[in-house]
Ligand binder design. Structure first.
Ligand code: CA
Length: 226
């Protein structure tokens, strides 16, 4: 289990790193909000421990940006008595909240509870077509057990195709559901994205899953003999 700690105070960060590592977790530390956000958006952490008070990009900004693309569980840390922070944190999609100063066993209990919850939630919505598997909660896609690295939009597109596999989706519908753009005119945004997705999801593998339906759109399905 991999945990990202975003905490600007070096001593507190070291304390968290050491305590979590001693309990068997792999820990990555980011000392600024910017680094933390980048790490959370690009890494495959099972949990983010996020301090609210960070210089520059604070914990709320990190959380809000993270939630546009990812649902990694987030445990927020803040100073005592900041009730508004707590409400704001939950509004922005924090999964739990811990007030500083705290005892390490308390943090550990929250971490364990969140990871357990994430696992339970992550087990259910995983969906599979042939050897392609996606887990929308943890933002993961694998094919034949190999992890596929996708951008947020590529992942959203793949989730749509998998969840409605076997169903032909028009370019207009895909554009509206994935990009929230509504157009009547010709645009190649969908075709370009499909091409990129195919390069990652289909090209390295023998069986192609993303099929073009000429004049209509795309469908994801495993075609026997295709
Ligand atoms: Ca801080």
């Amino acid at each position: 289990m991999k945990i990202l700690v975003v905490e600007d105070e070096q001593r507190a960060a070291d304390y968290l790193r050491q305590g979590l590592a001693e309990n068997g977790y792999t820990v990555e530390v980011a000392l600024t909000g910017t680094d933390g956000l980048h790490a959370a958006m690009t890494g495959d952490h099972d949990l983010v421990v996020l301090d609210v008070m960070l210089p520059g990009v604070d914990g709320f900004a990190v959380l809000s940006a993270l939630r546009t693309a990812r649902q990694t569980p987030v445990l927020m840390l803040t100073a005592r008595g900041q009730m508004n922070d707590k409400v704001r944190g939950f509004d922005l999609g924090a999964d739990d909240y811990l007030v500083k100063p705290f005892q390490f066993p308390e943090l550990l209990a929250r971490v364990r509870a969140l990871l357990k919850r994430g696992k339970a939630a992550g087990a259910d919505p995983a969906e599979r077509v042939a050897d392609l598997e996606i887990d929308p909660v943890r933002h993961r896609a694998t094919r034949a057990g190999q992890r596929i690295d996708l951008t947020a939009k590529e992942f959203a597109l793949l989730v749509l195709l998998v969840q409605r596999s076997g169903e032909v989706l028009s370019r207009t519908e895909i554009a509206s559901l994935v990009w929230d753009i509504h157009f009547d005119s010709e645009t190649n945004v969908v075709d370009v994205a499909i091409r990129r997705l195919r390069a990652k999801v289909d090209d390295p593998f023998e069986t192609k899953l993303i099929q073009t339906v000429r004049g209509v759109g795309y469908v994801l399905e495993a075609r026997p003999g295709a």
